[in-house]
Design a protein around this ligand. Structure first.
Ligand code: KG4
Ligand code: ZN
Length: 333
């Protein structure tokens, strides 16, 4: 199945053409960082206006790069939620218009399912079921048990900030530019992860839930203290990053202790973090479970992952262009 993917849930205007949910014929993405940087975060109104300005050309670009005419597609896949409503509406309206104009099937995709199925892109050997996915992005942090493409269950989640949000907020405390995650990782590379012991959230009995706001707050108090004023920012960044990674790895290990999985998947924007990737791979080796981490360009928001999820979940994601609406709070099911 040859699908056009459209992703505009946040601030990346992304389109892609993907064959069979695996082979990426084109993957186009324009980030809007330069428009949001001076505000230190994403401004929803700016994001939706940029999508409206860029999306038509991005669709043409994805088709041209893939060498596929619109009539050569088998369907159109679009992110229907969760995300920013104004941003989502731009992608959904474009996808519906294309579906009406071409009579092609339309597939509505949950953005988080997209992150999960990013692990299948450009892989000869996909993860086997059941697998456990650690999904860590700017808006979500959760552990998902995946028994089949249509049987997915959240078995642990953050109680407050998402891991990416903690990276972004702490990066701001350290005076780093937006988006904070990659900048903080770069700074941490020259730091000592053991320099400062920021608190790790311990799991309560019977739950795999996690919390990251305490780590972020303790970095803030530390930076305001006398010791913090003299501390090397590299060491603070590395110690913060180590604390986040410890919590994430602890929950994956607990899930592995409780259940047998045939594969481990790491996905979402924070999965681009090299130190997290190393810790995750080492954990998989310790448990003898193969690990799958999407290529960096498929970790952060992209449209290839939306086409991949639509393909795997075609039976449930097929929708009606007359009734599809963007849903900023679309449930994970
Ligand atoms: O999945 P994504 O592109 O968008 C959402 O769906 O949220 O994730 C973006 C998040 C941001 O918080 C960003 O700072 C974080 O992923 N991120 C990173 C890295 N690259 C992106 N966090 C830590 N290290 C990175 N290298
Ligand atoms: Zn995302």
């Amino acid at each position: 199945m040859l699908l056009l993917g459209i992703e505009t849930s946040c601030d990346d205007t992304a389109t892609a053409v993907v064959r069979d949910g695996v082979h990426v014929l084109s993957n186009v993405s324009t980030n809007q960082d330069e428009f949001h940087a001076k505000y230190g975060g994403i401004v929803p109104e700016i994001a939706s206006r940029r999508h409206a300005a860029l999306l038509s050309a991005a669709i043409d670009d994805a088709l041209a790069r893939a060498g596929v005419p619109l009539c050569g597609l088998d369907g159109i896949a679009v992110t229907a939620g969760p995300g920013l409503i104004g941003s989502l509406v731009v992608g959904v309206a474009a996808a519906k218009a294309l579906a009406f104009a071409t009579d092609l099937p339309l597939y509505a995709v949950n953005h988080l399912h997209g992150h999960l199925f990013a692990a299948f892109l450009e892989r000869e050997q996909p993860p086997e079921y059941p697998f456990l996915a650690l999904l860590v992005s700017g808006g979500h942090s959760q552990l998902v048990e995946v028994d089949s493409p249509v049987a997915l269950r959240v078995i642990g989640k953050t109680r407050d900030d998402a891991a990416g949000e903690a990276f972004d907020k702490t990066a701001r405390l350290l005076g780093l530019p937006f988006p904070g995650g990659p900048a903080l990782e770069a700074l941490a590379r020259d730091g000592d992860p053991k320099a400062f012991a920021f608190p790790r959230h311990r799991a309560d009995a019977g739950t795999l839930d996690m919390s990251f706001s305490g780590i972020k707050t303790s970095v803030r108090y530390f930076l305001e203290s006398a010791a913090g004023k003299d501390a090397r920012r590299e060491d603070v960044a590395a110690s913060f990053q180590a604390a986040i990674i410890d919590v994430l790895i602890d929950r994956v290990a607990r899930a592995l202790d409780a259940n047998g999985y045939r594969a481990l998947v790491l996905s979402g924007g924070v999965a681009a973090n090299g130190a997290l990737q190393s810790a995750f791979t080492a954990l998989g080796e310790r448990y003898g479970v193969p690990t799958f981490i999407p290529e960096r360009r498929f970790c952060t928001d992209n449209a290839a992952m939306i086409a991949a999820a639509a393909d795997r979940r075609a039976a449930v994601s097929r929708t009606d262009a007359r009734t599809l609406v963007a849903n900023p709070n679309l449930a994970f099911s």
